[in-house]
Design a protein around this ligand. Structure first.
Ligand code: PMP
Length: 377
């Protein structure tokens, strides 16, 4: 996408000169970042070759796993902290309290380390051990709670809100609640950074954008920005099984069925991040396309992506790529579609890439994933 003007000329010259000139071009692209905060965002756009070939479209993944905390949520974490600072709610010595499936917590803990705040994270017990280990490593105080639905007062989100309120009274430096689901500083991060980056990287030639909903911050922020640049950009939503948004977009009913092993996505209500963008979207609203992607459809996409293209991605990225393929089929060949590569698969090695776990869920896995498998070919 980004033109490298002198590569064409260099090809005609010696191999050595080619290498030197390529290195110069690459070095020119490397930004020097002044610390953690400055390192969030400006991620590359990576062409997904198999998905593109299968659909006749150009399908790109925004490499959010390259953020310094390792996920798309670093952007939201940074904006939530900056917003609280600007409003005078977060002061030196203050605590950041949040309910999270893990990635937002990792982002908040690391931003907190860089800026001098401590972090208290409430996480459902069901989330991967790898994310919990990273949170502890980052210095967050972890409160593990049973995974119960949102309507239960002990749901991790509500629990974290109450904990923040209590700590605000007792902690000498005060405490803030990140409230990522209903704090639109989250959406604003994607409206001000992810969206404009995608627009610039595709030189405005993007035809469609699609991703799943966790808080809805990514979808609403990127969707709003892209629609403002070009109202014809198709914005898609890919829902894992067990989430209610597909039914909500198609019929207005918040209803779900089935389950998914993906983490960080799968919403059962219209969050403020979505609502503030103009959802409900059914009647000519903000989202134009919605689909469900099952784990059976999605997982083979990331197994192949690892084995054939070298990228090891997590479960939500599988749903996103499955959605991008469905949107590509809807639009037809020749279109440019962007989705999100949310985080690395190593964050879920004990689940998404674990044969025993997959077997226990009745999910498909490639033979090479079995530790007993020996590739002698
Ligand atoms: N993928 C992963 C791995 C996540 O942690 C999250 C955030 N919970 C998402 C996708 C969804 O992003 P958003 O909250 O912006 O909808």
């Amino acid at each position: 996408l980004r033109s490298r003007p002198f590569l064409g000329q260099v090809k005609k010259q010696s191999h050595l000169l080619h290498m030197e000139t390529w290195a110069m071009a690459s070095v020119g692209d490397l930004g020097v970042r002044r610390g953690f905060v400055d390192s969030v965002g400006n991620t590359p756009l990576i062409r997904l070759n198999a998905a593109s070939k299968a659909t006749g479209c150009e399908i790109y993944g925004k490499a959010e796993f390259l953020n310094p905390g390792g996920s798309v949520k670093d952007r939201a974490a940074l904006y939530i902290v900056k917003d609280a600072e600007e409003k005078g709610l977060l002061k030196p010595g203050g605590l950041i309290v949040e309910g999270t499936a893990g990635n937002t917590g990792i982002g908040l803990a690391l931003v907190g380390n860089a800026k001098g705040y401590k972090t208290v994270i409430v996480i459902p017990q069901t989330q991967s051990q790898e994310k919990k280990d990273m949170l502890r490593l980052a210095g967050a105080t972890l409160v593990e709670v049973p995974a119960v639905p949102y309507k239960n007062p002990n749901n991790y989100v509500k629990y974290s809100g109450r904990l923040a309120e209590a700590l605000a009274q007792t902690h000498p430096g005060g405490a803030i609640w990140g409230n990522q689901f209903d704090n639109i500083a989250n959406r604003q991060a994607h409206y001000e950074t992810t969206g404009p980056e995608i627009w610039k990287q595709t030189e405005g030639k993007v035809d469609g954008f699609i991703c799943a909903i966790g808080t809805g911050g990514t979808l609403a922020g990127v969707g709003k920005y892209l629609k403002e640049q070009n109202p014809n950009v198709r914005i898609g939503m890919a829902d894992p099984m067990g989430a209610a948004m597909y039914n909500y977009y198609s019929s207005g009913v918040l209803q779900s069925s089935g389950t998914s092993i993906s983490e960080g996505i799968g919403q059962g209500r219209v969050t403020a991040n979505l609502e503030s963008w103009g959802v409900p979207a059914r009647d000519g609203g903000a989202v134009d396309f919605w689909c469900q992607v099952t784990d059976e459809e999605a997982l083979p996409l990331i197994f192949d992506l690892l084995k054939q293209e070298g990228f090891c991605m997590g479960g939500s990225t599988a749903i996103n790529i499955g959605g991008a393929i469905k949107l590509a089929k809807e639009l037809g060949p020749g279109h440019t579609i962007v989705t999100i590569l949310c985080d690395l698969g190593t964050r879920y090695q004990s689940k998404v890439f674990n044969v025993d776990f997959l077997k226990s869920k009745g999910l498909p896995y490639p033979e090479w994933l079995d530790p007993a498998f020996k590739d002698v070919s």
